[in-house]
Design a protein around this ligand. Structure first.
Ligand code: ATP
Length: 480
């Protein structure tokens, strides 16, 4: 039976990502290691852009959020307090025949290792009873491998923010409501890493913990009723529902700003069965991946659970003195928590297009065009001399490249026919290409010191003076 079409699309995306250097299998020369991925030259740029844009919008553009950069290994008590040591586990079953270990809730749609045409539920072999499997990677700190020296690679970045809440609030002179955000690696020993980078064992998170007043304090200070729809202008006496709604909107706006259209996203309000016991509400922001609608980010209203837990386990007060309300309380928190790798994968899937484009002879050809939003595109501008064996063209093209390079990531290319060079840039999503030709050198005196500017998505070409080039490109790329 033919494979479903979605798999074909994913195969094309995976193949392009490898061929053009977005994503490689980790340790590929040794056969790879399941659930671990490396980002090649273009993937590294794309990922960096995503993180920089998130950081810019979440902290630098705001007066009420500050950053943190904490360690990956923390005191193991952090994970006792957070509940990860006892509960961060999926129920697992082992197949007694193929020896595979599978998530109990996924055996219905996971192929058996011995009989890949059958699902684990249907392969006819005995299974063990479901058992808890802790997803944290364990290691030892120091030279002695005893239980006293056990530590964990963090399974999320959030807990460091809670553990440092007091320090940060003391030094930053922020007043509640305010947030602390962090970008960093997280590790989960996922049972079934799958869907390419979507479920990995090592990944990066971008998390904000936004601390707010408990509702009774907010309302005593004249806060709007909880039902009132959130606006884009936050108020310090908002209750958790307003802040939660506000952050969902902020995050949706951000996704649109980096090129994920609203119709590629869906909101999933977790049901009572799905909600963590301490969460008041969680909205998952889902993206329509080729393999299904899946979570990109969760925006959770986590009450004051985490800080309360750390107060109990550390014996250190996590209370905040609210000068306005003249009272002490443990702040509540709204947490937008996103995965960098999932975001990068969503951007790659969303950008992937096959377009019919005329080649140098005017014949229509099917080509891949990665329609990245300019803000995330790994390379913003390609710069080409029309011919590489004409020193005057090469010299002028290098001068244009040097002019643009300090302002954005550019790529100089003189190899092959010009159409091929455009095609290579289309395939990696470069929004603009600039070609230096004989008219630039004054063959047609009216066009002296002008270049051809080609747009990726329309393939339109226009003539722009070198003097105006930087400003034209900045405006096209949406830069100040
Ligand atoms: P899932 O249900 O898909 O396992 P989760 O609800 O456990 O995800 P959270 O603990 O809320 O995820 O983590 C926040 C974000 O971190 C997720 O929305 C996702 O973007 C990212 N993330 C979590 N686990 C992984 C993973 N194994 N690989 C890549 N990204 C991940």
């Amino acid at each position: 039976m033919a494979e479903p079409k979605v798999n074909e699309l994913m195969e094309k995306i995976v193949s392009l990502s490898k061929r053009r250097g977005f994503i490689f299998q980790s340790s590929e020369i040794y056969g790879g290691i399941n659930g671990f991925w490396d980002y090649g030259p273009l993937g590294a740029e794309l990922k960096r852009n995503v993180k920089d844009l998130w950081w810019q919008s979440m902290t630098r553009d705001r007066e009420d959020v500050v950053g943190l950069d904490a360690t990956i290994i923390m005191h193991p008590k952090v994970w006792e307090a957070s509940g990860h040591t006892s509960t961060f586990s999926d129920p697992m079953v082992d197949c007694k025949d193929c020896k595979g270990r599978f998530r109990a809730d996924q055996v219905d749609n996971t192929p058996c290792l011995k009989k890949p045409s059958k699902m684990v539920t249907e392969c006819g072999s005995d299974k063990t009873e479901p058992r808890a499997f802790n997803l944290m990677f364990k290691t030892y700190v120091g030279p002695v491998e005893t239980e006293d020296n056990v530590a964990y690679l963090r399974p999320e970045t959030a807990q460091a923010i809670f553990a440092q809440f007091k320090n940060v609030s003391d030094v930053s002179r922020q007043k509640i409501p305010f947030g602390i955000c962090q970008i960093g690696k997280a590790f989960r020993n996922e049972i079934n890493p799958r869907n390419y980078t979507f479920r990995s064992r090592e990944f990066e998170q971008m998390e904000l913990e936004f601390f707010i007043k408990p509702d009774e304090i907010a309302h005593a200070q004249g806060g709007a009723p909880a039902e009132e729809a959130p606006t884009d202008s936050p108020e310090s006496n908002w209750g958790w529902k307003q802040w939660h709604g506000y952050w969902v909107n902020q995050r949706l706006n951000w996704y649109e700003s980096i090129g994920l259209p609203s119709d590629s996203l869906e909101l999933h309000w977790q049901t009572d069965d799905e909600l963590a016991h301490y969460a008041r509400a969680t909205v998952d922001i889902m993206f329509k991946f080729p393999f299904g609608v899946q979570e990109l980010e969760g925006v959770a209203a986590r009450s004051n659970y985490d800080l309360t837990q750390h107060q109990e386990h550390s014996g250190k007060s996590m209370e905040y003195f609210d000068e306005e309300a003249k009272t002490r309380y443990i702040p509540h928190v709204i947490e937008p928590s996103a995965g960098v790798d999932r975001m990068v994968l969503a951007l790659i899937c969303n950008a992937y297009h096959e377009a019919m484009i005329p080649n140098a002879k005017g014949v229509m050809e099917k080509r891949i065009v990665m329609r990245f939003h300019p803000s995330v595109a790994p390379i913003k501008v390609g710069v080409f001399p029309l011919l590489k064996n004409k020193p005057e063209l090469v010299e002028k093209a290098k001068a244009v490249y040097d002019l643009l390079k300090p302002h954005f990531n550019c790529f100089y290319d003189e190899a092959g026919a010009i159409g091929k060079r455009y095609a290579r840039q289309d395939e990696i999503g470069t929004p603009y290409c600039v070609t230096i030709d004989f008219d630039t050198l004054g063959e047609n005196p009216d066009l002296l010191d002008t270049v051809t500017l080609r747009e990726r998505d329309t393939t339109n070409q226009s003539r722009v003076t070198i003097q105006d080039l930087l400003a034209t490109l900045k405006s096209g790329l949406g830069l100040p």
